[in-house]
Design a protein around this ligand. Sequence first.
Ligand SMILES: Cc1cc2nc3c(=O)[nH]c(=O)nc-3n(C[C@H](O)[C@H](O)[C@H](O)COP(=O)(O)OP(=O)(O)OC[C@H]3O[C@@H](n4cnc5c(N)ncnc54)[C@H](O)[C@@H]3O)c2cc1C
Length: 527
Amino acid sequence: MSDSILQSKVPGGGIADKWDNYKADMKLVNPNNKRKFKVIVVGSGLAGASAAATMAELGYDVEVFTFHDSPRRAHSIAAQGGINAAKNYRGDGDSVHRLFYDTIKGGDFRSREGNVHRLAQVSLNIIDQMVAQGVPFAREYGGLLDTRSFGGSQLQRTFYARGQTGQQLLLGAYQQLARQIGLGTVKLWNRVELVDTVTVDGRCAGIVTRDLVTGEVRSHAAHATVLCTGGYGNAFFLSTNAMNCNVTAAWRAHRKGAYFANPCYTQIHPTCIPQADDTQSKLTLMSESLRNDGRVWVPLNAGDERPAAQIPEAERDYYLERLYPSFGNLAPRDISSRAAKRAVDSGRGVGPLKNGVNLDFADAIGRLGADVVKERYGNLFEMYERITGENPYAEPMRIYPASHYTMGGLWVDYELMTTIPGLYAAGEANFSDHGANRLGASALMQGLADGYFVLPYTIGNYLAPMLGKAIPGVDHPEFQAAEQAVRQRYQGFLDVRGTRSPDYFHRQLGQIIWDYCGMERTEQGLE
Ligand SMILES: Cc1cc2nc3c(=O)[nH]c(=O)nc-3n(C[C@H](O)[C@H](O)[C@H](O)COP(=O)(O)OP(=O)(O)OC[C@H]3O[C@@H](n4cnc5c(N)ncnc54)[C@H](O)[C@@H]3O)c2cc1C
């Protein structure tokens, strides 16, 4: 690997000045020239919708692609718990520096500091932006926006809208996108899948797509292309991601030469509903916010078959509170997940398959009353009851870790550009800000930071020198060759005439990856 390709382009100056320095020095495209540049955005989740809407508002000619029927189907809609920002409305000691430090430390000191500091800085703008767009964040009695705790922080900096934060944020970003579609500044291609990226003379020249309804394969040329196509958590087959999150876009870009960074970094989320049987194809997340009030425990002794209510306090092991007293039940996700695995592996798991640990709200209901607990988590409790048939107000939830988020992704520099000039990656699709472990409530922050406040600046720095220069059209031989290869690939799939579905192979592969590259990896297993 040549060092010369991996230039992070982090600007000089002190950590707190880098972003301002960058913005002061970057090249500009004047408003009348912006419409001369076409930008393709693939993905319409929080990163894609916010990037596309903002660049269109600035004047760029934008085209958005999603394989969903509506941009609102992007997986961002599923995010439950909240979004971090260093607003310090609580007066509990938060600051840009603390959010920066917590994120760096939470990621095991493996993230790029310049990017993370910028993330913490623009977190302040994100909340203002979303409130201005009408996102109904929870408010406390005095009228200020309410916040709650998330793992890995001793502050309450997580803004939320009940257990539907992603949904409300995406509706906000989608509104802005829809406005631009209405104004004619964004063209939306729905049910259209990116099936290849095209590079001409070392620059990304555009993409090849396949219409999911008609099967039509077609090329699209642009000055710059942005992939906001989500993560690869579904590599494990069972995950909290929707089945549609298929990482094909990042994979195609990688096959075309974009470097992929840290694919071994997957976040295993500690609070998911345990698997019920072998035919299951998806796991359900129970938001981390539940650990604000729920207490995690298992029976002290292995093989204890009694229902939770019959196990006296002295015979319970509140292992997170015991092992990590300063964070207690809000220990970071990786630590909590490994601790749950150890508890289950020691024979103290709960539930019919003994594959879970308790998340118990009895104390919170006694202290706050069932009404307050319902107000905070009502929709999550309802979801749990619908899936398991168990009433979490009356007995503890059962939870177990599952693949949830991917910190690895396409390598990007400070400008969010991949190793292919003109090809950018934003949101979960890139590797940039979370190091080895993402803290809760920081993915929504990163997706919106990238889309609203980073890319709209950095992309201009790339486009400005291209003013007046022709770009390759879709009749260029590279586009034609890519289209041809795509058609052959799909014909190859159809010609197999196999008897097993893609899911069959995906499930087998997922099981291998979970067993050997999941929460625990050994030299022997990896070999
Ligand atoms: C259940 C759940 C709960 C979560 N809760 C939280 C939370 O409370 N707080 C938090 O910070 N984070 C949370 N996360 C993580 C967070 O939701 C995601 O990381 C984030 O929303 C990803 O946004 P994105 O815009 O990068 O990608 P996505 O929202 O996944 O959007 C990807 C887009 O790319 C499109 N796409 C993908 N491939 C192609 C292709 N080949 N061709 C065309 N289109 C394509 C899709 O159609 C979609 O529009 C949660 C995640 C899950 C799974």
